[in-house]
Design a protein around this ligand. Structure first.
Ligand code: SAM
Ligand code: SF4
Length: 327
């Protein structure tokens, strides 16, 4: 079992398979996009699979595929097919913007994908367009309804943003009345591809909950599963549930069980930290499985206590796009 220097079990990997994306969500990247990593510097799928084989033997049993947009990378379905057979990986989850996902739902179900987190920041077509800068609302909703028909658990990720989608909070809660969906309201973070943004979310968790309570005063607390980043609720008699993720105010670091690998193979032991080491370089210079294991364990032995410490230890302020990390 992997443990960090604070005694936290590490059993969850978030793997960003690309930094490319077909949307331009304004909280994630500028309208002009970001400077993509050179293709040759991206981890190949073979390299990712090798890392997964090693990590799964060390106790990484949960995997999230993210990006950029995972489904824009050619070969992603074959990759998923291959890794769905790795013995030690017990759960595979995917985070997607849903624009290219609908026709793949049946295959994802056959591969045993446990859940899909669909990023959907508005239920209003015009607001969706203003946030993502692309007119893809119908495709995302098509994916949502197809997922609901499948056996894949569906969650919606909504980043809460002053002046952008506050009017969507109540309709999103309303969506849980008739649908078995978990809607998660996420505090906005400064990972938007632009420096000098300042460091405050205008909608921290208590404010989001207060706002929900104005329309749904009978909102009920639910138990939070172990390692959960969301604080969970439901409205009595509604089919779905609600979660709030304090991604900026960072209230969940004490039980953090996750590591991240970026599209170019950098290990991040905290979202808010700098990259610790590059597995791509190690793999390409012929590192053995044992050497990869040693590198990982060494990095976990120097892990920041929480996201605030990780941020203080950075060489520069947070300004990179979330598409380069995976969220
Ligand atoms: N493209 C896919 C998607 O949007 O679902 C996967 C990658 S995206 C970077 C992963 C998650 O990060 C999404 O749910 C997105 O809403 C969230 N995200 C991106 N930038 C963020 C920010 N600045 N603050 C909070 N969440 C952010
Ligand atoms: Fe693309 Fe996801 Fe970033 Fe939106 S949040 S620009 S969909 S990577």
């Amino acid at each position: 079992m992997l443990q960090d220097n604070h005694g936290r079990t590490i059993n969850y990997l978030r793997l960003a398979v690309t930094d490319r994306c077909n949307l331009r969500c304004f909280y994630c990247m500028p309208e002009s996009g970001i400077k993509y990593v050179n293709r040759k510097d991206l981890l190949t799928f073979e390299e990712m699979e090798r890392l997964l084989l090693i990590f799964s033997q060390l106790g990484i049993h949960k995997l999230r595929i993210t990006g950029g947009e995972p489904f824009v990378r050619t070969g992603i379905m074959e990759f998923l097919e291959g890794i769905s057979n790795i013995d030690g990986i017990h759960q595979i989850h995917i985070t997607t913007n849903g624009t290219l996902t609908k026709d793949k739902v049946d295959t994802l179900s056959r591969l045993g994908i446990r859940s899909v987190n669909l990023s959907l920041d508005s239920l209003d077509r015009q607001r969706f367009f203003e946030i993502t800068r692309r007119d893809e609302f119908d495709k995302v909703m098509g994916t949502f309804y197809r997922l609901l028909e499948s056996d894949i658990k569906v969650k919606i990720n909504m980043v809460v943003m002053e002046g952008r989608n506050i009017d969507d909070i109540h309709p999103m809660v309303e969506l849980t009345r008739d649908h078995d969906v978990s809607v998660r309201f996420i505090e906005e973070m400064p990972f938007n591809g632009t420096a000098g943004q300042g460091n405050t979310t205008l909608w921290p968790m208590p404010k989001i909950l207060d706002h929900i309570g104005t329309r749904y005063p009978n909102i009920e607390k639910q138990p939070d599963p172990p390692f959960s980043t969301s604080v969970n609720y439901r409205i009595p008699d509604f089919r779905g549930s609600i979660g709030v993720i304090a991604a900026y105010t960072r209230t969940f670091c004490g039980t953090c069980n996750r590591i991240r690998i970026t599209p170019q193979g950098t290990l991040r032991t905290c979202l808010y930290g700098n990259g610790i080491l590059n597995f791509r370089d190690a793999l390409r210079s012929g590192a053995s499985d044992q050497e990869i294991t040693t590198l990982l364990k060494k990095a976990l032995g120097q892990r920041a206590r929480d996201g605030f410490e990780a941020e203080r230890n950075r060489k520069s302020e947070v300004s990179e796009s979330m598409a380069t990390i995976g969220g």
